[in-house]
Design a protein around this ligand. Structure first.
Ligand SMILES: Nc1ncnc2c1ncn2[C@@H]1O[C@H](COP(=O)(O)OP(=O)(O)OP(=O)(O)O)[C@@H](O)[C@H]1O
Ligand SMILES: [Mg+2]
Length: 332
């Protein structure tokens, strides 16, 4: 069953059309990630789904119900924001139970839901603490707990990890993945971070300038991007783009090759003038120029390559992507 359908949804603020003709379906239990550059409309789209903004056009359906005019509290959706927005004067227990109290739930229901959520989130030891007495990661877990106790049909997360440091992001990312399997509820998760998108999503929606560029599983988007924008957005380090003449093709063509598709060879292939070498231990990123283009090669293991030198890089023709001058993927 479809948990959420967006049909030709648009949103304008005054004359400015921020969302254009958005069509997305979220299946029951699916984990959908919205990615795209800053300002592309990710938060606005979440707010339209939650009912915090009205759509200017189109239909929003939750299950079979048209909810365009349904108030946020009646949509069965819980949203977790980037800023945790906890109530500073309430302890963890009361922050988590507030929405249920306001909805006049029975005390034993509230207690059992808070107990269950705090166990899931490892917050049992902190229930009597105030937000100022918690770390950033703990606060973020409380914000998630507040959403869980409402037992929503759909969770919306707006960049929930962006205030956390790298190690904590990784842990919390794993916790969110675990939470999704435990709850089996549909989730929509917004991020700029393509690693988060690739690792968490059943389905990724790539947005750009208020439009959907492509929807698919992480591997579909990685293996078969419809255009240069999607190709460059997913994958880290990002895909390299070079003019066709380096590959014996028309110079008007853009050829894309992923850093991990390049391999060190004695001679032949692309000649890279090395500017930087990033030694990651397990991998080595070699960054430099081929003609006018910046190119990164991701080599497995450790290599004695120095900045200022030249290396030859081989590729397989099957690993090349071709784009026309407008950025559309072509198969010449
Ligand atoms: N209330 C508003 N009035 C006018 N314009 C707005 C309003 N809210 C958002 N916008 C504009 O809509 C566009 C999309 O904003 P939105 O916050 O959805 O982007 P985003 O993809 O979430 O970006 P970020 O990754 O930086 O959070 C931006 O150009 C923004 O300036
Ligand atoms: Mg945003």
């Amino acid at each position: 069953m479809t948990a959420l359908s967006l049909i030709n949804v648009a949103k304008s603020f005054g004359d400015v059309e921020v969302l254009k003709d958005i069509n997305i379906e979220v299946e029951e239990g699916e984990f959908v990630v919205f990615v795209g550059p800053s300002g592309c409309g990710k938060s606005t789209l979440l707010r339209v789904i939650a009912g915090l903004e009205d759509a200017s056009a189109g239909e929003i359906r939750i299950g079979d119900d048209l909810v365009n005019t349904t108030p946020p509290s009646k949509r069965g959706i819980a949203m977790v924001f980037q800023s945790y927005a906890l109530y500073p004067h309430l302890n963890v227990r009361n922050n988590m139970s507030l929405a249920l109290k306001q909805a006049r739930q029975a005390k034993d229901v509230i207690d059992s839901r808070v107990a269950k959520a705090s166990k899931m989130l490892n917050l049992e030891a902190y229930l009597d603490r105030y937000p100022s007495e918690l770390s950033g990661g703990q606060r973020q877990r409380v914000a998630i707990g507040r959403a869980i106790v409402r037992e929503p049909k759909l969770f919306l997360f707006d960049e929930p990890l962006s205030n956390l440091d790298a190690a904590l992001r990784m842990n919390t990312r794993l916790e969110i993945a675990g939470l999704h399997s435990a709850l089996a509820t549909s989730m929509i998760y917004v991020t700029h971070d393509q690693t988060e998108a690739m690792t968490l999503a059943d389905k990724i929606v790539v947005l750009r300038d208020g439009r959907v560029e492509q929807i698919g599983s992480p591997m579909e988007l990685y293996n078969n991007p419809v255009n240069r924008f999607v190709a460059g957005f997913l994958g880290s380090p990002a895909m390299n783009f070079l003019s066709g003449d380096h590959f014996g093709k028309d110079p008007a063509l853009t050829v894309g090759v992923r850093p991990e598709s390049l391999a060190l060879v004695e001679r032949g292939g692309l000649l890279l003038n090395v500017a930087h070498v990033e030694r990651l231990g397990g991998d080595t990123n070699v960054v430099g120029r081929v003609g006018g283009s910046q190119v990164t090669a991701r080599l497995f293991g450790q290599h004695m390559i120095r900045a200022g030198g030249q290396v030859a890089l081989a590729y397989r023709d099957a690993d090349l992507f071709y784009f026309d001058t407008g950025g559309a993927r072509i198969h010449p």
